[in-house]
Design a protein around this ligand. Structure first.
Ligand code: OXD
Ligand code: MN
Length: 601
């Protein structure tokens, strides 16, 4: 081994575990990993400004972080990934439970022994000559009982800098780990960034993640998808809560009442835009306000009052850049004018970050650092990202840090559906709502490698993220409907309905507030709807549509219940659910059969 104990960095007094301390287990694991990976040095990250400054300097020296224009974008950086490492890799992501059934048909599975052997062979000696960073972090406000801690070990300073934005990282998290004793372990190495030597493995029974060969956010910032969704969903089932791929937004009406809505959309389908929505002019004048709690992940659990209370476990946004503009999301744009890490965007001649959809300037260099040439495709990678602290968002909710979370009035599911699916409909009850979530379909996007625009079933937008068998996950969702529960109403939306000419029929963005207003009206028993077998649909005049120019085709299709199409849709849902076999909760199957037979009448 090329390392020796004195080269293992200088653990601060706080980090030296006394015998019997809760940090013993952490120190032992760190030493075990060091023996395996053989780093040149170990650095315990405390999250301080000085540590951050040193890392930024180091990455600039290495050329992995390039400064952007300090006048227009102070303290902002550009990272260009390996071109083969720009998205999540679902085909290389595994859930390694002791039996395959626990992981379910929705996950790739590998036996834990085999997975450990495979990963440990990759990790052996992989940090030679590199620094091993130990990152204690907390997902959720540090004092929240809903929050959970983890420790990521990585050899990537880019990961450290991003984790510092995306989580509560450093000393406070370590203190909580010491208090609680339990934490999720995440071991990461960029390895050789070789797609042939890349795996993202989860061991939910051991609260452990091993990720090798990728530096991309969803594969490498282990607090995000790996911990806060895959491992947390598994833990949540055991402990009676939910870890979901949902934004959380607060809608304040002119009377000053705020309703919090949690909404699940697949990756790159507009969660960040909805979470940061700017009300249409007439709504602003009337006094409507929108508050952002989270844009990607929601942890919720029943409170003593029977309602679901939710926190955003993240502290920052890892948002999709292309399409973000002053029109689509002024709050996001305002957030990323400083102290932001951009990944795989293009730059203008004066080194400002640029992406398709931002404005009509022509970039100078593309996401691979080449002189921009239209013939090479988009200047910014379609999955290029910004990483920024949530606190920089002008609409950041003053309740986002509340330890108890915020109470959820409505849950929304939605996907990209060019046809059939109307703008919005409401579930009759919780079981129907769970079926609506379980039957969700959407077109694939650039957030994961593979073909884009392919329709697939993506229950609750959790297809890539549920850490266990979807059949058990649906049963877990159903289990919340118990005496005393005051559950949110459940809705489905489709912002992406297209007309016969392929044009979007709904304006989307700020105008989506019109749909959220209708939902809140339904929650309060004030808004109208028509009952159909698929749920309650508004008529066009149940929504406030003043100032929106809808074509006759849009008026028709956005609010229509197309019976024949739904009969076919339900046939597809039946075949999909059958993949889960006998494990599927009978209540869900019964709900599906009842609706299918109502549709045939
Ligand atoms: C994300 C994703 O990065 O869903 O949030 O891929
Ligand atoms: Mn996401």
């Amino acid at each position: 081994m090329s390392t020796s104990t004195e080269h293992f960095g200088k653990p601060t007094a706080r980090l030296v575990a006394t015998e019997g301390s809760q940090l013993d287990a952490l120190n032992q694991w760190v030493m075990e990993v060091a023996r395996l990976t053989e780093p040149a040095r170990i650095q315990w990250c405390d999250g301080s400004d000085s540590e951050h400054d040193e890392l930024i300097e180091l990455m600039q020296d290495e050329g992995t972080l390039l400064p952007l224009n300090p006048d227009t974008h102070p303290n902002s950086w550009l990272h260009l990934s390996d071109p083969d490492d720009v998205a999540r890799v679902e085909h290389l992501t595994f859930v390694c439970t002791s039996d395959a059934e626990t992981a379910g048909p929705n996950n790739h599975w590998m036996a834990p022994d085999e997975a450990h052997a495979k990963m440990d062979a990759l990790f052996a000696g992989c940090m030679r000559g590199r620094t091993m960073y130990v990152i204690p972090y907390c997902m959720g406000p540090i004092e929240s009982p809903l929050a959970r801690c983890g420790v990521e070990i990585t050899d990537s300073p880019y990961v450290v800098a991003n984790m510092r934005i995306m989580t509560r990282m450093g000393a406070a998290a370590l203190a909580r780990i010491e208090r609680e004793g339990s934490f999720v372990r995440g071991l990461h190495s960029i390895g050789e960034l070789d797609p042939e030597r890349r795996f993202i493995m989860h061991f939910p029974e051991e609260l452990l993640i091993k990720s090798y060969g990728s530096g991309y956010g969803g594969n490498a910032l282990l607090g995000k998808k790996c911990h806060a969704l895959r491992i947390a969903s598994y833990q949540a089932r055991q402990e009676g809560w939910l870890a979901e791929h949902m934004l959380i937004v607060g809608i304040q009406n002119p009377q000053g009442e705020t309703h919090y809505i949690a909404a699940a959309f697949p990756s790159a389908c507009g969660k960040t835009n909805l979470a940061m929505l700017i009300p249409p002019e007439s709504y602003r004048q009337a006094g409507w306000k929108v508050w952002t709690v989270g844009d990607d992940i929601c942890w919720m659990r029943p409170g003593a009052d029977g309602r679901l209370w939710a926190i955003n476990p993240e502290a920052g946004y890892f948002g999709v850049a292309p399409g973000t503009s002053n029109k689509s999301n002024p709050n996001a744009l305002a957030s990323i004018q400083r102290d932001t890490i951009f990944t795989n965007v293009a730059t203008t001649a004066d080194r400002q970050p640029w992406w398709e959809g931002l404005d009509d300037r022509v970039p100078a260099t593309d996401w691979q650092g080449r002189d921009y040439d239209r013939g090479n495709g988009p200047a910014a990678h379609p999955n290029s990202r910004f990483t920024v602290s949530a606190k920089q968002c002008p609409s950041y909710s003053s309740h986002a840090e509340d330890a108890q979370g915020v109470p959820i009035s409505a849950i929304v599911f939605g996907g990209r559906r060019a046809s059939l699916v109307p703008l919005v409909f409401e579930a009759r009850d919780w079981t129907h709502g769970v079926l609506i979530g379980a039957s969700m379909g959407s077109e694939t996007t650039a957030a994961a490698t593979g073909a884009v625009g392919v329709m697939r079933h993506d229950p609750m937008a959790m297809k890539p993220f549920c850490g266990y068998n979807f059949a058990d996950y649906f049963a877990h969702w159903l289990s919340f409907d118990k005496p005393g529960a005051k559950l949110p109403k459940i809705f489905h939306v489709n912002w992406f309905r297209k007309g016969d000419e392929g044009q979007f029929l709904w304006p989307g963005f700020g105008d989506n507030l019109r749909v959220l207003e209708w939902m809140i009206g339904r929650v309060k028993g004030q808004a109208g709807a028509v009952d159909t077998p698929i749920g309650a649909l508004p008529k066009a005049d149940d929504l406030t549509l003043d100032g929106v120019q809808l074509t006759p085709e849009a008026q028709e299709k956005l609010f229509a219940f197309e019976q024949e199409g739904w009969v076919r849709e339900f046939d597809g849902i039946a075949s999909y659910l059958k993949e889960y076999g006998r494990r599927l909760p009978s209540a869900l199957l019964a709900e599906q059969e009842n609706i299918a037979s109502a549709l045939r009448k």
